[in-house]
Design a protein around this ligand. Structure first.
Ligand code: CA
Length: 232
């Protein structure tokens, strides 16, 4: 399958790297291995992978520091793979531009499901409808995959973009967490309510002047979330 997506596996644990690569190859993907951050950046620049699996504990530094460099060189979604469990670590990775976060240990079926969902969502957004939604000082453009504040571009990670796109598609209506999960991450994620909380938190930090009292990204207690475009 020459058209199969290429996945860059950045992991210095050789056994784990082999297990991941074998599982991905079994699903028909091409894989590239990198055991260091430096090698990972070289591979991103020269081989243009469609998705990056990124371990955070690398011998030449914290994988998190690579995220902006990968983002600057590639639009490939990034799934961070880490032993760090804390929400603050997840928020840091997502703020830096990662799309998804898996904590070790994880199962191979989970990995495969997340890779599938991430690639599918990425393709869906790229092919999305040409729609513009304006709220407050913001202009959200589905097709250009961009959010402007006035004329300044607001940097969103691909997952933040998709979450905002899901809310914008259900404009001014309450969207239940399960629906957000399904439409933003895919049906494999329906019980991961913490994902919505973590990403909503990072979106509010970027968009709201007072993230604790949001004007646009509202929580409707017990019901879900709503993008309020009528807010001044
Ligand atoms: Ca490691």
């Amino acid at each position: 399958m020459t058209n199969a997506p290429t996945i860059l596996v950045v992991e210095d644990d050789r056994n784990l790297n082999r297990v991941l690569s074998m599982a991905l190859k079994a699903d028909g993907y091409h894989t590239i291995d990198a055991g260091t951050g430096q090698r990972a950046i070289e591979e991103v620049r020269t081989r243009n992978p469609e998705l990056v699996l990124l371990d955070l504990g690398l011998p030449d530094g914290d994988g998190l520091a690579l995220v902006p460099t990968i983002r600057a060189n590639s639009s490939a979604p990034i799934i961070v793979v880490s032993g760090r469990q804390a929400d603050t670590e997840k928020v840091k990775a997502l703020d830096a531009g990662a799309d998804d976060y898996m904590t070790k240990p994880f199962s191979v079926p989970e990995l495969r499901a997340r890779v599938r969902a991430t690639l599918r969502n990425h393709a869906r957004v790229v092919d999305g409808p040409a729609t513009i939604v304006v709220f407050g000082p913001y202009t959200f453009n589905f097709e250009a995959r961009c959010l402007l504040r006035g004329t300044d571009r607001v940097h969103l990670s691909p997952t933040e973009f998709r979450l905002l796109a899901t809310l914008a598609r259900h404009l001014d209506r309450v969207v239940a967490a399960e629906v957000l999960l399904k439409e933003t991450w895919g049906s494999a994620y329906q019980r991961k309510d913490d994902y919505v909380r973590v990403y909503m938190h990072s979106l509010r930090r970027k968009l709201e002047s007072d993230p604790a009292h949001p004007k646009y990204l509202l929580t409707e207690s017990g019901l879900g979330y709503r993008l309020d475009i009528a807010a001044a």
